[in-house]
Design a protein around this ligand. Structure first.
Ligand code: GLN
Length: 537
């Protein structure tokens, strides 16, 4: 088994996760089996209870683990299936160690960061190594070198590296080489200092991946190689990409990152065949068609809050050879200014998941606009609940219809908690989470798009469609094209007689890939493009 550890220096948000994922792509395309793992130094047990302002999107896995959004990159860039074993936080490590202490596992010893916390971290690498049956494990350590809370993780990987043996471990340090405008120069000092910090801890990186806005010249590379004690070829440039994050594997291949890593690890494998990946990039850069999609949410100003949604839209575009321009629309703007001006000319409207009342009325207006003006609509989780509320209020005449999440006293609780959920008071991990089967109705749009009758989709929500209203909705053309196999839970709705009005209680965006767009996103973009085309004729 070979181990790659990816650490980060100088500043956060350097795209360590992307680097790790892109390296995963390259190694897989060289015929290696790869597993990816993320360590997060914060004390929360998982990001499930964190605000999107703190953390961006919460990425949900099949087993219901609520994880860091980097795991989304891992799944989109490689063929690995992840589980809760692939994301460890300090909180989980401490919880395990404290449980052990209460259970007498440490036999009267003083429990300490070294060795108890560091051993537990190493155990988690080992568990993955034993389970995953792969050739290489790539472990990304979150945070930045020098953070106090990251130290136990760095100490743990240092020790792990010693035990695994010289040719079985590769340390990659992702660092930043800023361009200082006033001097007109790229500066290497932050990298030198960050590597020095890492060496103080006892880790000497084999490879430096340098994030930069401009190209590194020979002299700069030589300087960093010398001061950071790495070979010249081990200084890898990772410049900002022009069009899409999916260019990163190709760029890193040009810089020979995968060759370098294979050499350090003593792996003799053929070069990666990236031709299929190149075709994806071609469709991203020079698509045959174009369409504009509005995403109506409340965390629009945050880059990362709807990460997987934006990615899945782009995948839907790739599948249709269609470039997608994503218009990020604040639902409160629709409340203030009305939908007509803001939504006019869009090829499709998407309402993503969300929690809390703020901005819901704007989303309801957007769903109404899409329904009435025959604009393709895709609703995800809250987006399905919004479509239900809108239809109840404006088509069925259920005045004041709402979700009990937003209005507990509503006369028409069309979205509500199921009886067995009412007792739940704990916040973390208490939702309907993870992959669950959904049965599709023969001949429905969803069924046609999936091309099968039962699908597994990932959930993360508390509230459900209220079955007391089912008949009234169905009679008015609001059809339930996907349900749980026992028929009790509504999973997909669609509108009859509309070009494309589909919404799901689950999150399809978590199962979409650049080379295999999720069927609902593929269908949504196809419909959006077709509608625009028809209007133009
Ligand atoms: N707030 C809604 C619920 O809990 C929707 C959640 C979501 O969109 N992920 O049911």
């Amino acid at each position: 088994m070979k181990y790659i550890f990816v650490t980060g220096g100088v500043v956060s948000s350097l795209g360590k996760g992307l680097t790790a994922a892109a390296l995963g792509t390259l190694l897989e395309n060289r015929g290696l089996k790869v597993a990816l793992q993320k360590f997060d130094p914060y004390l929360n047990l998982d990001p499930g209870t964190m605000s999107p302002y703190q953390h961006g999107e919460v990425y949900v896995l099949d087993d219901g683990a609520e994880t860091d959004l980097d795991l989304g990159h891992y799944e989109r860039f490689t063929s690995t299936k992840l589980s809760r074993k692939n994301n460890t936080t300090s909180g989980q490590v401490y919880q395990q160690v404290l449980d052990n202490e209460r259970n007498g596992v440490y036999l009267g010893k003083t429990v300490q960061v070294i060795p108890h916390i560091t051993d537990e971290i190493q155990r988690r690498i080992q568990v993955l190594a034993d389970d995953a049956k792969v050739d290489v494990i790539i472990t990304e350590v979150g945070g930045t070198t020098g953070d106090i809370e990251g130290l136990p993780f760095l100490e743990a990987i240092r020790e792990f590296g010693l035990e695994a043996g010289l040719h079985n471990v590769c340390f990659i340090h992702v660092t930043y080489v800023p361009f200082i405008k006033a001097a007109g120069e790229l500066k290497t000092k932050p990298t030198q200092q960050s590597v020095a910090k890492l060496r103080e801890i006892g880790i000497s990186p084999h490879v430096l991946v340098c994030r930069c806005e401009r190209s590194l010249d020979k002299e700069l590379r030589q300087k960093m190689a010398m001061f950071c004690s790495v070979p010249y070829e081990a200084v890898v440039e990772h410049k900002d990409v022009d069009h899409s994050i999916y260019e990163v594997p190709l760029m890193l291949q040009r810089e020979r990152l995968d060759d370098l890593v294979c050499r350090v690890l003593g792996l003799t494998v053929p070069a990666a065949n990236m031709a299929p990946w190149q075709e994806i990039i071609r469709k991203l850069i020079a698509p045959q068609h174009r369409v504009r999609i509005g995403v109506v949410g409340k965390y629009i100003e945050l880059q990362d809050a709807y990460k997987s949604v934006y990615e899945a839209i782009i995948h839907g575009g790739v599948a249709n050879d269609c470039g997608v321009e994503i218009e990020k629309i604040d639902s409160e703007d629709i409340e203030k200014n009305g939908p007509d001006k803001i939504l006019k000319g869009l090829g499709g409207i998407l309402v993503p998941g969300g929690f809390g009342e703020r901005g819901t009325e704007g989303k309801i207006l957007a769903a109404k606009y899409a329904r009435e003006k025959q604009v393709p609509y895709l609703g995800l989780c809250l987006g399905m609940q919004i479509a239900t509320i809108e239809f109840g209020r404006h088509v069925l005449g259920l005045t004041g219809a709402h979700s009990t999440e937003f209005d507990p006293a509503t006369p028409h609780p069309v979205i509500a908690l199921l009886d067995d959920q009412r007792q739940v008071t704990k916040k973390g991990g208490s939702m309907r989470l993870g992959a669950q089967p959904c049965q599709l109705v023969m001949g429905s749009r969803a069924q046609q798009l999936y091309g099968s009758f039962v699908v597994l989709e990932r959930h993360r929500h508390r509230y459900e469609f209220n079955n007391a209203y089912r008949e009234r909705y169905e009679a008015a053309g609001f059809s339930f094209s996907g349900t749980s196999p026992d028929g009790k839970l509504v999973e997909i709705i669609e509108l009859k007689g509309h070009p494309f009005y589909v919404a799901s209680q689950f999150h399809p965006e978590f199962l979409s890939k650049p080379d295999a767009a999720h069927p609902l996103f593929r269908g949504f973009i196809a419909a959006a493009h077709l509608q625009l085309h028809k209007k133009a004729l």
